[in-house]
Design a protein around this ligand. Structure first.
Ligand code: DQA
Length: 148
């Protein structure tokens, strides 16, 4: 297993985030996932970092990618686990199982929304949480990752 750290930041996105741009724009805004990738690429270039951005609708895939982030020596993971944030003990365990730091990201602020969004299993193990900043929050999280 490779253990040395690279300058790659994994940006992992969970269910329904492939529909950003058309999905509940009054909550998530007009930007698509490609727009976010573009913003991140621009900022990453300035920070001397590489972005590996992915999206899946499947919980186990996120678990596999977290393991891969460690195996590949990623510097950090930005994780918007979307609804799995609030349900997934498997993701909590995966974050605890790896040494790669994970920064939790949400476009909206789940703590001000429905009660079922107030618990975050991801947040129990993440080194930091960025939420309620819209899609710009991904850039804030990238800047936090650069400081790790
Ligand atoms: C979200 C917030 C979650 O509660 C929700 O299930 C999502 C998106 C966000 O980015 O604001 O799918 O993670």
């Amino acid at each position: 297993m490779m253990t040395s750290s690279t300058n790659t930041i994994y940006v992992l996105n969970g269910p329904n985030l492939n529909l950003l741009g058309t999905r509940e724009p009054e909550i998530y805004g007009p930007d698509t996932l490609d727009d976010i990738a573009g913003m991140l690429e621009d900022r990453a270039r300035e920070l001397g970092l590489e972005i590996d951005m992915r999206q899946t609708n499947h919980e186990g895939m996120l678990v596999d990618w977290l393991h891969e982030a460690q195996a590949e020596g990623a510097k950090a993971v930005l994780l918007n686990a979307a609804a799995y944030t609030h349900t997934s003990i498997a993701l909590l365990d995966a974050i605890k199982a790896i040494r790669t730091p994970v920064i939790e990201v949400h476009i909206s602020d789940p703590s001000t929304r429905e009660e079922f969004r107030h618990i975050s299993y991801v947040g129990m193990a993440a080194v930091e949480t960025v939420q309620g900043q819209g899609t710009q929050g991904y850039v804030t999280a990238l800047e936090a990752a650069a400081r790790l």
